[in-house]
Design a protein around this ligand. Structure first.
Ligand SMILES: [Zn+2]
Length: 71
């Protein structure tokens, strides 16, 4: 199994001040949040160098059993 950029998070947590993967500039909040099953994808856009990257948060089992309400 290959490891990608993953962080553990609890449901409802939105990562903030994530450093840009290219230049290291902290990004206040993700540009886009895409919820999935047991995971949430965050799309970050660096306004300093325009680099875009995705980070995936994997939830613990407890959070998966109580997923956030879908629209
Ligand atoms: Zn950057």
């Amino acid at each position: 199994m290959t490891k990608t950029t993953m962080v553990k998070a609890h449901s409802g947590d939105i990562p903030r001040q994530n450093p840009c993967a290219q230049c290291g500039t902290p990004i206040a909040q993700p540009d886009w949040i895409e919820p999935g099953e047991g995971r949430v994808s965050y799309l970050w856009t660096c306004h300093a160098c325009n680099y875009r990257f995705e980070a995936v948060a994997i939830f613990d089992k407890a959070a998966v059993e109580h997923p956030p309400l879908a629209a």
